[in-house]
Design a protein around this ligand. Structure first.
Ligand code: URP
Ligand code: ZN
Ligand code: ZN
Length: 480
């Protein structure tokens, strides 16, 4: 019997801490050895000259998520994870959404049914709490947080999803007690509704007005309030999909004060601007997401935030709606108000290549920061580290071997999602995943997806505290 199932030879290995040259020996799906030179394997992959990174972890993506507006999430666990794998992502964390009036446990059971046997790569679930009843806060949420579902998202906007401040405090207190990680969508709902009403009354319905209805101060106010609520309860939170300088300033101020406020941003805030919502006809709908892309100055601040440590996580927020589809962006035709266009853009496959090329390749971030933002920190914050997010002895062999010099122009027909467009059409990149391993299995070979649905396993998550000490006592919230 061979010592290893597989050896990856001669690559330049990057983790969040180091970049070094080593062979990687893989046995039973895990990294078994890292050394100058290894021998004795059933299979050897020659990676001479190639960069090798841990498989990406997409800590924010929407797959087969039910919606209430009649739109349909274009990717299920098969198409979504096929697309993820092709782009070098080997773990995805989508959302089990609680419908109001229904139990949270029911949402989790339903989501397991949607994912069982379908994924090509491993996955965990975040919860979305939309109905913070005493039953949910007193029983269901505590039980789930202790049973492998250690993170949850709450919304401050969207009528069907949002919690008020009191409900948010209730949820944060439970998260404190059971060490959950709370992700917050921070936009001021009342301001958005007021501005949207005014825009519609003035006949301003086109996609570009989506950005007008959600300007920076709307995000700033909610970010400030979310931080205040977290400070009251003394619990860490993560502000998701941060788009603007105003929100960045709030997060930085809180971080400087020593609060455990984490930040996530996404490629759309680095590569798109509000001008993309002003494309001819209805085309701008392709880039409607919330918060909206801003201007070039804000883009720069978001890039800076990746470098200066404001952001710990870079996720895709892949929220796939087809464009030319009555169950997608054209839900009510092309004359419809921006208000009823499904929010969200696809990006699960392009996240890593965009950052590898335009971040690392252009010298904006180093390789270690790339790994930290796209894999290691995500694993730590959501309780998957060091099983995921690094290349170390004992870690799952989730690995990307890059074709460092490959020149690729992004077009939708090279992508594997079930969406009929990409907002990144025409962007020219250098570097693309050549070979991708999930637990030692080759799921992408020479750029072709060869993985099968059913290989991907559900990953129970530890409380983040276990992977990354967050420095807070595990006690109930008590007013002093
Ligand atoms: O527009 C967005 N971001 N849609 C996806 C849902 C969310 O809020 O993350
Ligand atoms: Zn959101
Ligand atoms: Zn999202």
């Amino acid at each position: 019997m061979s010592k290893f199932d597989l050896i990856i030879k001669g690559g330049r290995v990057a983790t969040a801490a180091d970049v070094f040259h080593a062979d990687i020996g893989i046995k039973d799906g895990r990294v078994a050895a890292l050394a100058d030179a290894l021998d004795g394997a059933d299979r050897v992959i020659d990676a001479a000259g190639a960069t090798i990174t841990p498989g990406g972890i997409d800590g924010h993506c929407h797959l087969d998520q039910p919606s209430l507006d009649g739109s349909v999430c274009a990717d299920d666990f098969t198409s979504g994870t096929r697309s993820a794998a092709a782009g070098g992502t080997t773990t995805v964390i989508p959302f089990a959404l609680q419908m109001r009036g229904h139990s949270l446990k029911e949402a989790v059971d339903d989501y397991h049914q949607r994912s069982d046997g379908k994924a090509l790569v491993d996955y965990a679930f975040h919860l979305i709490v939309t109905d913070a009843t005493p039953q949910v806060c007193g029983q269901e949420l505590p039980a789930l947080l202790q049973d492998g579902y250690s993170s949850l998202k709450i919304y401050m906007t969207y009528d069907d999803l949002k919690l008020d401040d009191g409900q948010i405090l209730d949820v944060l207190a439970v998260a404190r007690r059971y060490q959950g990680m709370v992700m917050i969508h921070a936009e001021n709902s009342e301001c958005i509704t007021w501005l949207t009403d005014k825009l519609e009354q003035a006949g301003k319905l086109a996609p570009k007005y989506h950005a007008t209805s959600r300007p920076g101060p709307v995000e700033r106010e909610a970010t400030h309030r979310a931080i205040t609520l977290a400070e009251l309860i003394d619990v860490p939170i993560l502000i998701v999909h941060v788009s603007s300088e105003l929100a960045v300033q709030e997060i930085q101020r809180a971080q400087r004060r020593g609060l455990k406020i984490y930040g996530e941003t996404c490629p759309q805030y680095l590569f798109l601007t509000e001008d993309d919502l002003d494309k001819p006809g209805f085309e701008g709908a392709k880039c409607i997401c919330s918060p909206p892309p801003r201007n070039k100055e804000n883009q720069q601040v978001i890039w800076d935030g990746l470098v200066n440590g404001t952001f710990q996580v870079l996720s895709s927020d892949h929220a796939p709606s087809r464009y030319n589809d009555p169950q997608g962006k054209m839900l009510q035709g092309t004359d419809a108000s921006f208000r009823i266009v499904p929010n969200g853009i696809p990006g699960i496959e392009t996240r890593l290549p965009l950052m590898f090329s335009e971040g690392v390749g252009k010298g904006r971030i180093d390789l270690q920061t790339f790994v930290a933002l796209t894999a290691a920190n995500t694993a730590k914050i959501y309780g998957l580290y060091p099983r995921k997010g690094t290349i170390a002895i004992g870690s799952d062999a989730d690995i990307v071997i890059w074709d460092d010099e490959k020149e690729v122009t992004i077009t939708n027909d090279i992508l594997h999602h079930n969406v009929d467009y990409t907002p990144y059409e025409g962007i020219e990149l250098t570097g693309w995943p050549r070979t991708v391993l999930s637990r030692g299995n080759v799921v992408v070979e020479d750029g072709e997806v060869v993985g099968e649905p059913g290989h991907g396993q559900f990953l129970p998550c530890d409380p983040p505290e276990k992977a990354m000490p967050l420095g807070r006592p595990v006690i109930d919230f008590q007013p002093t």
